[in-house]
Ligand binder design. Structure first.
Ligand SMILES: C[S@@+](CC[C@H](N)C(=O)[O-])C[C@H]1O[C@@H](n2cnc3c(N)ncnc32)[C@H](O)[C@@H]1O
Length: 312
């Protein structure tokens, strides 16, 4: 590499870091330097407490810290962020509120994830087109049932692991809970416009060979390698003017993953964005005080050349 190339690469890298920092700052509303210093101090104190205190004291202090932190959390900024995004998408917020009410959900329920609000808002984008929706990760089918009502004239395919492959954690290894879970899932999926596929999503490209979807909800495994495989395969199955959304997006690049969440899906979306393949936007998942502890997002992406989905 010549000196000029090396300098150009360093410049591009630092521009990307600045752009990313600004993007995160816009979402969190916290100046980036303050955010980083605060984080380092908290990490340091946490490590000291963890090493010096007995486990029971450490857990209690952690709980007190989380309670204090969430009590001071300003929810109005998060709501403003989501509503500004909906306005950018030209969504009719009153219509979203009414539709949620009609289906026994509430717009301001702090436990309701905003993918419910989002999927109602997206309906107008498809106008009169009969669309095909794909959901990766069914769980109990509650959301599948919801979209089958919002998109009642459209076809929904949902794919999830066979019950014998579902990690035990989903029912705590309890047979009675498993029976109730399957009963609920069967009830939720028992609608004429739902097609349930029991399979590992690793097979979707083969399974849906030759088929295209207009709206894809990626909500299966949230860790690599599968989350990246799901995003990449979904892009191959998406129509040119389609929309792909993903759940539980952690935008914090320093956040360590656990067995359920990671920032790996976000880094994949960002990579597609940086390479001008996708345009990405991020909703805050819940308008809830629990956000002060782990901030989760829901992503909304279109192909870069999609001129139909206008973002003002
Ligand atoms: C977060 S839940 C889905 C929630 C649901 N989509 C909703 O919106 O409420 C994730 C589901 O994906 C399933 N899952 C995890 N890994 C999978 C894989 N590789 N293939 C298919 N399903 C998977 C899990 O068993 C679980 O039921």
């Amino acid at each position: 590499m010549t000196k000029g190339e090396d300098l150009a690469m360093k410049k591009r890298f630092s521009e990307e870091q600045v752009a990313f920092t600004l993007q995160r700052q816009a979402v969190t509303g916290i100046p980036e330097n303050t955010h980083l210093i605060k984080r380092k101090i908290i990490k340091f104190i946490n490590q000291i407490c963890k090493n010096l205190l007995p486990q029971s004291y450490y857990s209690r202090i952690k709980l007190i810290y989380y309670t204090l932190q969430s009590n001071n959390y300003d929810l109005s900024k998060d709501l403003e962020h989501n509503e500004n995004l909906f306005k950018k998408f030209n969504f009719d917020i009153e219509k979203i509120k009414q539709k949620l009410n009609s289906l026994n959900f509430s717009y301001h329920d702090d436990w309701l994830s905003w993918h419910y609000h989002l999927f109602i808002g997206l309906k107008d984008y498809f106008e009169d087109k009969k669309i095909n929706i794909l959901e990766i990760g069914t769980a109990s089918g509650t959301f599948t049932n919801f979209i089958s009502k919002v998109y009642d004239d459209h076809q929904i395919t949902t794919i999830s692991l066979d019950e014998n492959e579902i990690p035990l954690t989903e029912f705590g290894g309890d047979e009675e809970r498993k029976r109730k879970f399957l009963e609920l899932r069967n009830k939720n999926l028992n609608r004429k416009n739902i097609n349930f596929v029991k399979s590992n999503s690793i097979h979707i490209k083969k399974y849906f060979y030759g088929k295209k979807f207009d709206l894809i909800w990626v909500d299966g495994d949230h860790l690599n390698p599968q989350v990246t495989i799901d995003i990449v395969n979904s892009l191959d199955l998406l129509n040119n003017d389609g929309i792909i959304c993903t759940d539980d997006v952690i935008m914090d690049i320093e956040r360590e993953k656990n067995t359920y969440i990671s920032n790996e899906g976000f880094l994949t979306l960002k990579h597609f964005g940086d390479n001008k393949i996708l345009k990405n936007e991020y909703l805050i998942k819940r308008i809830s005080k629990s956000n002060s502890i782990t901030k989760k997002h829901v992503s909304i992406s279109t192909f870069e050349n999609n001129s139909k989905f206008i973002v003002n």
